[in-house]
Design a protein around this ligand. Sequence first.
Ligand code: NDP
Length: 495
Amino acid sequence: MSEPRRLYHFIGGKPTPPDSGEYFPSANPATGEVLYEAARGNHRDIAAAVEAARKAFDDSQWQELSQTRRGHLLRRLGDLIAENAEELARSESLDNGKLLREMRGQLATLPEYYHYYAGLADKIQGDVIPTSDRRVLNYTVREPLGVVGAITPWNSPLTLTGSKLAPALCAGNTVVIKPSEHTSATVLRLAELAVEAGFPPGAVNVVTGFGGEAGQPLVDHPGLAKISFTGSTATGSRIAAAAAGRFIGSTLELGGKSPNIVFEDADVANAATGVVAGIFAAAGQTCIAGSRVFAHRAVYDELLERVSERARSIRIGDPLADDTELGPLAFPDQRDKVASYVDLARSEGARVLTGGRATDGGLGGCFYEPTVLVDVHNGMRAVREEIFGPVAAIMPFDTEDEVVALANDTDYGLAAGVWTTNLARAHRMAARLDAGTVWVNTYRAMSPMSPRQGFKASGVGVEHGTETIKEYTRLKSVWINTDEGPVPDPFVMRG
Ligand code: NDP
């Protein structure tokens, strides 16, 4: 059997072996086969990457690069991603087990992230402020922060990296990325493409490895000006505390337990498809999974019937095959976590209407059946905590007020879905739901143009759209006295 290939860090524009000389394996979750071994990063690798990023940031060529030119580089990077989309989609699907169809879809959209921020690069500007003193010119400038750290998860590695990297570079920062230990390959390839696009060495660096060994030293590095993180709420909370202690900003996109609400006036067939899309697509491994389904009692039985029937017919198997509908969980521990939550739900009195078992998918991989839980309520741990797997808890409700209270009774506030044909109700629900994104008669829609923010324990700060540029810049206020006369009374504040 041939040795798995080795992946190095990417520091200062080139592949760089790990300081420790150690590597760790990354396996295909559909088959258990080891795909490659990645460099096991430590604090010295992180220090080298932050130093390379700082050098690139301070370099006069980067400092003097026009914003328009920065936009050109981002556009070129988007084009290169498009040219390499099939390779990247396949590599990502092998690494995290998500359907090749889904990863192809993500890769078809990903260039738009870079193209959007390419267009925005020369529109980052300050204002002239009309203070009350006409002899003073006061203007603001949006400056880049310096070295940005990006820590990303395994569920959509390139897309979630794009949400951070594209605006960070657009604003003139340089970046050090620590991808999930489960998905190192495509982010390393992205860093190579950034150099090919013309970004100077050190503008985009990647250190692979484990959260505690490489992620934590990145968060703690004094050279970091900002940290942007997507992952669990528990890790996000630790990162936010560390960042606050050093007075640097953090943008956090964290977990969810999103409600997907079906009213009695909904098109129930469409709503059932939306429920299936919300929780079984990507095997439920998305932060926006619609894991709590609330159905009005008048349509509860019909919705249950439709969703469970579709769940039973979902084709589990090889994520590379065109007709597969559900791939594996990303790694064995994740499957075990899903299984333990379903066991917990059973012990708390839930009934498993369909699914509820781990399987190897006939491939030796770590799959879990699409699962529908009923006889559940908001007090159960399986209904309160993020499972991050294909497990829907379906509950009936009677009134709009009741479902608003149930939907908002969660620590999280990432997203919510509403299925209704009543226009007034649609707007009412959008206003009443305590979630950063509300979808009406659709689910899982996303665009780099549309800002998103997690409320409550689902995050801090905004990703996407023009709003996120504020997260990657600092605001400077400049006062120019245009009066050449004597400076007035030194003991009175000037306005
Ligand atoms: P984590 O939040 O632990 O991991 C996300 C990223 O943070 C990874 O790159 C991880 O590295 C890194 N990391 C872990 N610990 C630290 C640390 N102390 N300092 C800095 N970086 C760190 O999530 P997991 O991958 O462990 O998944 C656990 C659960 O989190 C899932 O079951 C799911 O519920 C939730 N999750 C939510 C996501 C979302 O999109 N909101 C995405 C992923 C997970 P490493 O991979 O090496 O641990």
